[in-house]
Design a protein around this ligand. Sequence first.
Ligand code: UT7
Length: 325
Amino acid sequence: MKAYSRIIGSGSYLPPRRLSNSDLVAELAGNGVATSDAWIVERTGIRARHFAAADVCSSDLALEAARLALQAAGVLPRDIDLIIVATSTPDMVFPSTACILQNKLGAHGCAAFDVQAVCSGFIYALTVADAMIKTGAAKRALVVGAEVFSRLLDFKDRGTCVLFGDGAGAVVLEASDQPGILASDLHADGKHAAILCVPGQLSGGKALGDPLLRMDGRAVFKLAVGVLDAAARATLAKAGKLACEIDWLIPHQANLRIMHSAASKLGIPMDKVIVTVDQHGNTSAASIPLALDTAIRSGRAKPGQLLMLEGVGGGFTWGAVLLQL
Ligand code: UT7
């Protein structure tokens, strides 16, 4: 049994339809919804997002990201013995998006399941995969965050519809004697479920309740800032590392102001923070692996460096993973 799991490849994918703030502002004006590029940039840092075509599902985005991750890792789908997909926008009620992805990859027989922890989903999925590898239950895992959040948006609610986008990111995690994932810290508190939710359900062939995203933005903002800091500090303590040793902070990409605050609480300058929210918007479970892959492919995140990934989202869920690349 190996002591660690390590990332040996990453990939990401954005659907081709890109909407700048001005594109979205013009579309929303057609619905009688008033917003502006200036408001969106000032309050969130978002300048653009990508929306998937109507016939494209989370598994399609996941497939593109997974292929790139497998290629970067130099492994074939049949070499994977575990697939975990973090998503809150699955293709179907069941089977899981992970099973659908497995079939599309042509990898049959390995364990495959979804993790539903909304925007913290990738942190949860990575932690579960790491634990399974460390116990010998798996040797090589494909861990994906994939979302089509555009499907859940109420385009009459300007407080939410300008924030989210679609996309996918993936990593291949392998058992290793070399340090990789050093520590992680996961939490949830269901008493905050109502501040960020899609409160609908399927029943008798119909959507019951409200099947669109609802959020108390201010409440989410306030909670997010505190719990991200707590998770990052707990993870550092578990690994016996200091915040000043972190080479790159890769937070969930929801709002640039939250990211500024997370970095400043840890004493990390913004030039050590990977920012993709400006171009991707909030892609929920896909945001961290999208940002991670962007950092790796741009050459900023290098082998041997210390990376802190941290996420927060509906549930309320939050957590962090500290890893050596
Ligand atoms: O993955 C985790 C998910 N979510 C988050 O991390 C979101 C966390 N929260 C936030 O990012 C921020 O709370 C928001 C960006 C959602 C909102 O920013 P805010 O500074 O908290 O604004 P607010 O909700 O307090 O609204 C301020 C004003 C209101 O107008 P009045 O009442 O002051 O006249 C809103 O109606 O801004 C108005 N407003 C808008 N104006 C133009 C809200 N949305 C918009 C909009 N365009 N899109």
